[in-house]
Design a protein around this ligand. Sequence first.
Ligand code: ADP
Ligand code: MG
Length: 233
Amino acid sequence: MSQRAIEIIERARREGRKVLLEPEAKTICSFYNVPVTVFDVAKSSEEAVEKAKRIGFPVVMKIISPDIIHKSDVGGVFVNVKNEEEVITTYNKIVENVKQAVPKARIYGILIQEMAPQGVETIVGGIRDPQFGPTIMFGLGGIFVEILKDVSFRIAPVDKDEALEMIQEIKGYPILQGYRGYYKADIGSLVDIIMKVSNMLMDLPISQLDLNPVFVYEEGKGAKVIDARVVLE
Ligand code: ADP
Ligand code: MG
């Protein structure tokens, strides 16, 4: 599995890229059995229609560009695209938005994805710390990470017990336990993703990996990586 991942990494390097595109990062995740949204790449609006039909409506459409880090900041993400006609208008809209926001951006295509049901937003990340080596991070998404810095860290390799501790020690843990109207989240699937991210950082020349957001569903219903970003060493 890591050989196929290395091929993707080598190709990016040959193209002079240090950051993997979302489809590349998600493909590597899938080699490690990390659950990601179903996705496909379209290079024209006709192709986008074909791929959206194959994936099934509604779909999500996103810009694929090595020059854009935060896709939604440039009008490069549209969710709930409901039919063929909307796929075509959305395709053109994304290209137009991106050209306006970042005129020199290289556009590699448009990513078509299944629209995942909303889950509780979490983040699983990894960095290669100069002192400690591969280090794994877990947190709840949105304001919990951005404002409250409610995250936990462990040095890789992270085993099952440590992954569970990482989840249990964040302040927001009650949210995952079904506090006040939240459902009881599938913590086992988060443990699994944390361990697999740890494996990825141990195996591959990655300096930073962000799975943000990872939607976690009700117990028994798993979790899904919605966005993935990988920075190479
Ligand atoms: P950005 O580069 O802006 O971080 P994301 O891929 O994270 O782009 O998309 C922005 C937001 O759109 C996500 O946080 C999520 O709420 C929503 N989203 C993106 N992809 C999907 C999807 N496949 N299914 C459901 N919601 C999605
Ligand atoms: Mg994101």
